[in-house]
Write a protein that binds this ligand. Structure first.
Ligand SMILES: Cc1cc2nc3c(=O)[nH]c(=O)nc-3n(C[C@H](O)[C@H](O)[C@H](O)COP(=O)(O)OP(=O)(O)OC[C@H]3O[C@@H](n4cnc5c(N)ncnc54)[C@H](O)[C@@H]3O)c2cc1C
Length: 309
């Protein structure tokens, strides 16, 4: 894939750069394209607006790879509060969590317990928890977390990445469980030994895996596909597939990120397609922001031009 993408993804994990960039006024301003604000209240306000437009929400608190168990405890508590506040406000808003934010690097059993508490609370609140997928070394432990929580509750789903060769097998193993799966292309810097290097192959795999998850056996098992892309070509191909095979709305939702491809979001909603938009909040936005830049080199030129203007 592109050189610019690789450079940005490498930069996303650089602590020196994070320290400096997050203090730069222009960078702070340009982040607001992708998030309504750092506070949960900002995210809830944007979610309220989306709801009036017929768009559901997924909240995510930015952060990853915590280095102290107390930080993981605080994140879990924060998400429990979010589930309560969403319930009290009558918002149609789920949550999405990163395993390394719940302590996966430090103590897997504590991470499982945090996740189970969140999924249990989501069950009590008739809500739902998504597990994000991080870089490839985390795929096995993340699928294991999903299987363990899914065995207790149906209020949990998992993200899988179409750029990984292994995802086809992972999908086959998870479909019989009636899994809720968010399919995304994948946002990390991965080696060609584990991930398709060509974008066209990733796109095609996305289409193929989505079709697989919309088949009748997956529907009968109770599965749900979140089509997590802003790619209008893929969205059109998949809506055609859905219409031709009369896939019910209960079997899929489109899912996008706040501030990206709004025209496509509107077009889907106007056509009566179920859509959720993920809204991020929190102050640890640098790696997340860099991954958003890496997805579209035009974003980088916009930032660079303004930095030197
Ligand atoms: C709801 C949701 C959850 C996600 N969760 C995860 C996760 O758990 N793990 C993970 O690895 N990845 C996750 N991602 C990110 C995903 O892997 C991709 O990196 C991202 O969605 C960009 O790919 P794309 O499918 O939109 O297609 P692309 O082919 O990259 O983009 C298609 C079009 O969308 C627009 N676009 C895409 N990205 C941007 C951007 N940043 N800025 C401006 N325009 C843009 C452009 O018009 C572009 O031409 C998630 C994405 C979504 C939508």
């Amino acid at each position: 894939m592109g050189l610019a993408r690789n450079i940005l993804l490498a930069a996303s994990t650089n602590a020196w750069l994070r320290e400096r960039a997050t203090k730069t006024a222009f960078v702070r301003r340009s982040v607001s394209t992708f998030m309504p604000g750092e506070r949960l209240e900002d995210a809830m306000g944007a979610s309220q607006t989306q709801q009036t437009q017929g768009i559901g929400t997924i909240f995510t608190k930015l952060g990853e790879n915590v280095t102290k168990l107390e930080e993981a405890d605080a994140v879990a508590q924060d998400y429990l509060d979010v589930l309560d506040k969403v319930h009290a406000a009558g918002l149609r808003a789920q949550i999405s969590v990163k395993p390394t934010q719940l302590g996966l690097d430090l103590d897997k059993e504590i991470c499982v317990r945090h996740l189970q508490r969140l999924v249990d609370r989501a069950g009590e609140r008739n809500n739902f928890v998504w597990i994000d997928m991080e870089s490839s070394p985390y795929v096995d432990p993340t699928i294991d977390l999903f299987r363990r929580t899914r065995a207790r509750s149906a209020h949990v789903g998992i993200a899988l990445q179409a750029y990984l060769y292994r995802t086809e097998k992972d999908v086959e193993s998870l479909v019989p469980l009636g899994s809720a799966i968010r399919l995304v292309k994948g946002a990390y810097l991965e080696s060609p030994s584990v991930a398709f290097p060509k974008k066209a192959d990733v796109d095609e795999n996305f289409y193929k895996l989505s079709c697989r998850m919309l088949q009748e056996d997956a529907q009968r098992a109770g599965g749900l596909l979140h089509i997590g892309t802003h790619d209008p070509r893929l969205a059109d191909r998949l809506t055609t597939y859905i219409d031709v095979r009369q896939v019910p709305k209960s079997a899929y939702e489109f899912a996008m990120l706040y501030g990206i491809q709004r025209p496509l979001q509107q077009r889907l909603v106007q056509a009566g397609r179920p859509l959720r938009v993920l809204i991020a909040y929190g102050d640890y936005w640098f790696p997340w922001y860099m991954r958003r830049l890496a997805e579209r080199p035009a974003n980088v030129w916009f930032v660079v031009k303004n930095l030197f203007a």
